[in-house]
Design a protein around this ligand. Structure first.
Ligand code: ADQ
Length: 503
C-alpha cells in the first residue's frame, strides 16, 4: 500500500531535522482531550470522534512538546497543575496539554461571535450570515492575546516552532511576534480564504491580515485561496509580493503563503473498512434501518449552512418526483451532527432540515420504505466507515468548503463494489480528487440528474473511477500533509534571511 512508511515516527524525524532543539508548540481552539465529570462523580477522558485533533495527537505524542487549547471539559480545571498543564494521553503522558480558560462571555463573543458569525461566514462568502459587533471583536482580540501569552510561557528558550490552527487565532501570531522574534511561527487556515471583493466588507480586515502576516509560513488548502490571500495583501496593505515564491513581504518581514491540501489517515480508514467487524456492523445497520435490497445514498456532515444540506434535499425531492421507479428502491441516509446550536442561523438551518426531511418522508413513505433515514447525532468513526462502505453513492454538496474530509473518508472506505461520488465543485476536495461526478448545488435540476446518473453507473465504471481516486488519495495522507508543512516551516526563515527584506 502506497501509504505505508508514513507514520507519526517519520513525521517526528522530519520535525527534529528541521528543529533539532526547539520545542513544538501547537495552538488550537479545540483540545485533543477533555476531562469530564460523570453522573457517578468520576472523572473520564473524552477524545474527539474524528477530525484534526485525532490526527494531530499521534504526532504530538511522537514529537513531544505542548498543545495549547481552550479547556472546556467539566473537570478540566480539576486535573491541571498550578500552571494549567496536564500530561496527555492520560494513561501514558507523552506531551503537555496547556489549558486556557474562557468565560461564558468569551464563548459568546470570541467563539460564537467573531469566529463563527464574522470570520466563518465571511470566509465562506455567505454574507447574509455575517455579524460584526464591537464586543465580538474586543473579545476576539483579548482571547488571541491570551493565547499568545500562553505560548510565551510554554515555548522554552531553544527556538522551535509554534503552529497555529485555524481562523480562531488570526491575531495571536502578531502579538507573539512582538515579544519572541526567535520563534518560527506557522499557521494553517482550515477554511477558504475569500476574494478581496468579499474580504473588504470586514471592518477589521487590516488587523486580520497583519496578524496572519506575522507568521513565517501560512498554509491554505488550495492555491486559489493562496492567490486570494495574496491579492488581499496587495489591495489592502500595499505589501510587496513575489508571486513565484508565493511570498509576501510586509514591514520588513516575509511570510511564505503556500497550499497544503489536507487529508486523512488513509491507511486507518482502509483497514477499518476491510475488517470483519465492519461486515458485521453493515449487517446490523441493514437490519436496523430496513435497507435490504436498497440502493443507498449517504451524506455525513456537521449541520452547517456551508455544507449545502438543504440544496441536497431539494435535489433528492426532484429525483424522487421525476423518477418514481426509485420509490422503494433507493434510501438516502443523512448523518448530521448538530453544530454551533447557540447561533440563530444554525438553529434556523436545523429547523429547516428537520422540516424538509419530515415533508419528504411524509409525502413519499410507504409501509415498508421511507426515502430518508435521518441520524441526528455523531457516530463513532468505525460506524461511519460501515455506512460509507455500504453506500452506493455519497453526496457532498457544499456550497463552499475549504477541503471536505468526508469525501476522502468515503473513498478510503470503498471495496470491490465501490460507490459513486457526487462531489460539489465548490468543495476544495474537488480540485484534488478528480473522477467524481461533479455537481453544482445551486443548479438543482442538474444536481438531481447527476444523482440519477451516479445511481445508474455500471460497476466497471465505478471501479475504474474509484481506483483512480484511491491512487491519488494514497499519495496524499494526513502524514504527508504534516511532513510537507513541517518541512516548509523548517526552511522558511532561512529563505527569508537570504532575501534583502529592507530594500
Ligand atoms: P469541517 O467543516 O468540520 O472542518 P469536514 O472536512 O467536513 O470538516 O470534516 C468533518 C469531520 O467530521 C469528518 O472527519 C467527519 O467524519 C466528521 N463528522 C461529520 N459528521 C459526523 C457525524 N455525524 N458523526 C461523526 N463524525 C462526523 C474544516 C473545514 C473543512 C476542512 C476541515 C479540515 O470546513 O473544509 O476539510 O476543516 O481542514
Amino acid at each position: 500500500m502506497a501509504t505505508s512508511g508514513w507514520s507519526p515516527a517519520r513525521v517526528h524525524d522530519i520535525y527534529r531535522k528541521a528543529f533539532p532543539q526547539g520545542r513544538l508548540v501547537l495552538v488550537s481552539n479545540r483540545q485533543p482531550y477533555a476531562h469530564m465529570r460523570t453522573e457517578n462523580d468520576e472523572i473520564t477522558v473524552r477524545r474527539p470522534a474524528g477530525g484534526l485533533s485525532l490526527a494531530l495527537d499521534p504526532v504530538l505524542q511522537a514529537v513531544g512538546g505542548t498543545w495549547i487549547a481552550w479547556g472546556h471539559g467539566s473537570a478540566d480545571s480539576e486535573v491541571v497543575d498550578d500552571h494549567d498543564r496536564v500530561g496527555v494521553p492520560p494513561e501514558d503522558p507523552a506531551y503537555t496539554l496547556r489549558r486556557l480558560w474562557l468565560s461564558d462571555e468569551d464563548i459568546d463573543n470570541y467563539y460564537l461571535g467573531y469566529s463563527n458569525q464574522a470570520l466563518w461566514p465571511l470566509c465562506h462568502n455567505i454574507l447574509e450570515h455575517v455579524r460584526f459587533r464591537f464586543r465580538y471583536w474586543r473579545s476576539y482580540r483579548d482571547v488571541n492575546t491570551r493565547f499568545a501569552h500562553a505560548v510565551v510561557e510554554e515555548a522554552g528558550d531553544e527556538g522551535g516552532l509554534v503552529w497555529f490552527q485555524d481562523y480562531h487565532l488570526a491575531l495571536a501570531p502578531a502579538v507573539l511576534r512582538n515579544v519572541r522574534s526567535d520563534l518560527t511561527l506557522a499557521h494553517f487556515w482550515h477554511i477558504p480564504w475569500p476574494a478581496w471583493e468579499t474580504l473588504r466588507v470586514c471592518p477589521q480586515k487590516i488587523d486580520i491580515l497583519e496578524g496572519l502576516l506575522a507568521n513565517d509560513l501560512l498554509g491554505f488548502h488550495l492555491d486559489s485561496f493562496v492567490t486570494n490571500f495574496i491579492t488581499c495583501c496587495i489591495r489592502e496593505l500595499d505589501a510587496f509580493v513575489d508571486w513565484t515564491k508565493r511570498a509576501v513581504v510586509y514591514k520588513g518581514h516575509m511570510t511564505a503563503v503556500k497550499a497544503f491540501p489536507i487529508s486523512i489517515d488513509v491507511g486507518r480508514f482502509e483497514e477499518m473498512a476491510a475488517s470483519e467487524e465492519t461486515e458485521r456492523r453493515i449487517a446490523t445497520i441493514v437490519e436496523r434501518y430496513g435497507l435490504a435490497e436498497q440502493k443507498i445514498g449517504i451524506g455525513v456532515d456537521r449541520l452547517d449552512y456551508s455544507k449545502g444540506i438543504l440544496q441536497r434535499l431539494e435535489a433528492l425531492r426532484l429525483l424522487f418526483r421525476d423518477h418514481p421507479e426509485l420509490a422503494g428502491r433507493f434510501t438516502f441516509v443523512q448523518v448530521a451532527v448538530p453544530s454551533r446550536g447557540e447561533i440563530p442561523a444554525y438553529q434556523h438551518l436545523q429547523e429547516r432540515v428537520d422540516q424538509r426531511i419530515e415533508e419528504l418522508n411524509g409525502a413519499l413513505s410507504t409501509d415498508s420504505w421511507k426515502p430518508i433515514v435521518y441520524i441526528r447525532h455523531p457516530l463513532p468513526q468505525d460506524e461511519l466507515v460501515a455506512f460509507y462502505r455500504m453506500a452506493d453513492v455519497a453526496i457532498i454538496s457544499s456550497v463552499q468548503d475549504g477541503m471536505n474530509l468526508v469525501v476522502k473518508e468515503f473513498i478510503a472506505s470503498q471495496g470491490d463494489d465501490p460507490g459513486a461520488v457526487c462531489l460539489s465543485e465548490f468543495a476544495g476536495a474537488a480540485d484534488e480528487i478528480g473522477r467524481s461526478v461533479s455537481i453544482n448545488p445551486f443548479d438543482t435540476e442538474g444536481f438531481a440528474e447527476s444523482l440519477r446518473l451516479a445511481l445508474a453507473m455500471p460497476l466497471e465504471e465505478r471501479r475504474h473511477r474509484m481506483e483512480a481516486m484511491k491512487q491519488k488519495l494514497r499519495r496524499q495522507t494526513i502524514y504527508t500533509w504534516m511532513a510537507d508543512f513541517l518541512e516548509a516551516a523548517g526552511t522558511v526563515r532561512a529563505e527569508a534571511a537570504s532575501l534583502d527584506l529592507e530594500s
